[in-house]
Design a protein around this ligand. Structure first.
Ligand code: TPP
Ligand code: MG
Length: 358
């Protein structure tokens, strides 16, 4: 008798060639319309990202952190959320922002330096971007413990990178979430690099296995497979909402671009690596699946392409039209209530500015 096969370590429902495969623990049943909609999300999100990189190169943004290659991890997990769920991003979650209906212009305005965030986290249940690595995991656990006490039928998801798993904050968040059984999904996008530090400098074991040491389940999903990311995140969120506590999802993916526009990855990684990951492109496999099953025709793909072009063009136009804030705006929103010292400093600054010829 042969022993039953263990489920594969990596949850995958769609191969890089666009073939549907089954996994014993994760099912997904999507209509053709739903798959086309996911494809559209992936293409539009990539276009927003490409436009932003181009704008930075032309001096219109101070910086940009590209999500190139991570579209499926973000759209799959983002589309698993209900309106009531709360998401805490890093600085790279433009695809999740898209799924939460955050106007991409707000993302650009932050990186253009014309405001400090630009969207209302409560309106979208999508928190402001966090640049301090791992800090948002603590915020998310605190939020999750809050909604747990409110008895809300909602879960929290927090995004962070492979490098962030070495931060104390993230490990403290794991402990708190575990012992308080907080309704939180830890969504780690393992894109293999923390700027120039490769994964092997962060861990001797696969990241998802760390969860067992903290006392909750961990799962590794193909982060370039939007179906698998959707299925795995849905299940983890449902468990959180049902009172079963946290899950660590490790989305195994690859950062195809630079860390940010200030970085040059050719200084620390070989070109072959990128070439190998290009074959696992998250968008191409959905396109192949749609073609293979005759679920979409050329007209559909042309239409999405045209929509992406129009979105990119319009986003560029709106970005260039963003007004510069008044210099004294920096003193706004520091405190919720009027503050005497802020008012004094604001007046001093205005007097200083008035000393220049206009
Ligand atoms: C607390 C803290 N330490 C260091 C940095 C500088 N820093 C910015 S991004 C980064 C690497 C993060 O890598 P990872 O968590 O894998 O996320 P990725 O950028 O790959 O998405 C570091 C060290 C920071 N922003 N915050
Ligand atoms: Mg990383």
């Amino acid at each position: 008798m042969t022993a039953p096969m263990a489920p594969p370590e990596l949850v995958q429902l769609l191969t890089p060639e666009g073939e549907r495969v089954e996994h014993p623990d994760y099912e997904i049943d999507l209509t053709a319309e739903e798959v086309r909609s996911l494809y559209r999300d992936l293409v539009l999100v990539r276009r927003i990202d490409l436009e932003a990189v181009a704008l930075q190169r032309q001096g219109e943004l101070g910086l940009w952190a590209s999500l190139l290659g991570q579209e499926a991890a973000q759209v799959g997990s983002g589309r698993a959320l209900t309106d009531a769920d709360m998401a805490f991003p890093t600085y790279r979650e433009h695809g999740v922002a898209w799924c939460r209906d955050v106007d991409p212009l707000h993302l650009l305005s932050l990186f253009r330096g014309v405001n400090h965030g630009g969207w209302d986290p409560q309106e979208h249940n999508f928190h402001l971007y966090s640049i301090v690595i791992g800090s948002q995991t603590l915020h998310a656990v605190g939020y999750a413990m809050g909604i747990q006490r409110d008895g809300a039928e909602a879960a929290t998801i927090v995004y962070f990178g492979d490098g962030a798993t070495s931060q104390g904050d993230v490990n403290e968040a794991f402990i708190w979430a575990s012992v308080f059984n907080a309704p939180v999904v830890f969504f780690c996008q393992n894109n293999q690099w923390a700027i120039s530090e490769p994964l092997e400098k962060q861990s001797r074991i696969p990241l998802y296995k760390r969860a067992s040491g903290f006392g909750f389940p961990g799962v590794r999903v193909d982060g370039n497979d939007v179906f698998a990311c959707l299925a795995v995140t849905r299940k983890a969120l449902a468990a959180a909402r049902a009172g079963q506590g946290p899950t660590l999802v490790e989305a195994f993916t690859y950062r195809m671009g630079a860390h940010t526009t200030s970085d040059d990855p050719t200084r620390y990684r070989v070109a072959d690596e990128l070439e190998a990951w290009k074959l696992k492109d998250p968008i191409e496999r959905v396109k192949a699946y749609l073609f293979r099953g005759q679920l979409a025709d050329q007209e559909f793909f042309d239409k999405v392409e045209a929509e992406a072009d129009a979105l990119g063009k319009e986003l560029r136009r709106r970005c260039l039209a963003l007004p510069d804030p008044a210099p004294e705006a920096i003193f706004q929103h520091v405190y919720a209530e009027p503050h005497a010292l802020m008012a004094e400093e604001r007046e001093q600054y205005l007097t200083y500015l008035a000393g220049f010829e206009r």
